[in-house]
Design a protein around this ligand. Structure first.
Ligand code: GRF
Length: 217
């Protein structure tokens, strides 16, 4: 399976994917492209160090959003990956891309969807809102991308307990370490090994109860 990973920032989730491909915990997978909207993203350095092709297209290069969307669509259709992985990608995926890659785009979100998600919930802000609300549990979710914001079929989730002494930063870090860096490689491996399908708007994973769930803890 050829995957394109879309990033905007530090790329710790990208690194987890690179490591998983290398040590074969993600089977049958090759990263064919890392795309960033942000030319300064450290994720690009991680990709280059791993010898992976990179591309940068910033919306700032274009006067009209439609022209940026078209350039991104062209890049992705020309690359023709089997799966697109949003790993901390802050660009809103154009509708044309969602349609062309239906059930072939996944995203990692740092909360338990449907809590603390949707428009405006990204980055540290997600964890700030969890703490403001006094929630006792948060976590991460990997889901397929559809036309909405964080509304597509859920593939994997993992809870992480909130501590009284958490700051947005400490919670963010713990969720990454305990949940995100495990869930995203795991979801890619499940897709690469043909274990995930979408039925009636829900992701169905073969062997979930017996093989996958125990491995999450
Ligand atoms: C992660 O928290 C991810 O869940 C969110 O953006 C952050 C990206 O971090 N979508 P990194 O660039 O992978 O380090």
């Amino acid at each position: 399976m050829r995957i394109a990973v879309l990033v905007s920032g530090g790329g710790t989730n990208l690194q987890a994917i690179i490591d998983g491909v290398k040590d074969n915990t993600i089977k049958n997978t090759e990263i064919c492209l890392v795309y960033s909207n942000n030319p300064k993203a450290y994720a690009l350095t991680r990709a280059q160090e791993a010898g992976i092709d990179t591309a940068v297209i910033s919306p700032k290069e274009f006067e009209k959003r439609d022209d940026f969307n078209e350039a991104l669509f062209r890049l992705l259709t020309e690359t023709a990956p089997d799966l697109i992985v949003l790993a901390g990608c802050l660009v809103v995926i154009p509708q044309k891309v969602v349609e062309a890659f239906r059930n072939r785009i996944i995203n990692i979100h740092p909360s338990l969807i449907p809590s603390f998600c949707g428009t405006g919930y990204y980055g540290l802000g997600v964890h700030e809102k969890v703490l403001e609300r006094g929630a006792r549990v948060s976590g991460a979710t990997v889901h397929f991308v559809d036309e909405g914001t964080d509304t597509g079929p859920i593939i994997l989730q993992k809870p992480v307990m909130v501590r009284d002494d958490d700051t947005p930063e400490t919670l963010q870090k713990r969720i990454m370490k305990e949940a995100e860096w495990k869930l995203l490689p795991m979801a890619i491996n499940l897709i690469a090994t043909g274990k995930v399908k979408v039925e009636d708007g829900k992701a169905v994973i073969s062997g979930y109860d017996d093989e996958i769930l125990p491995g999450l803890f």
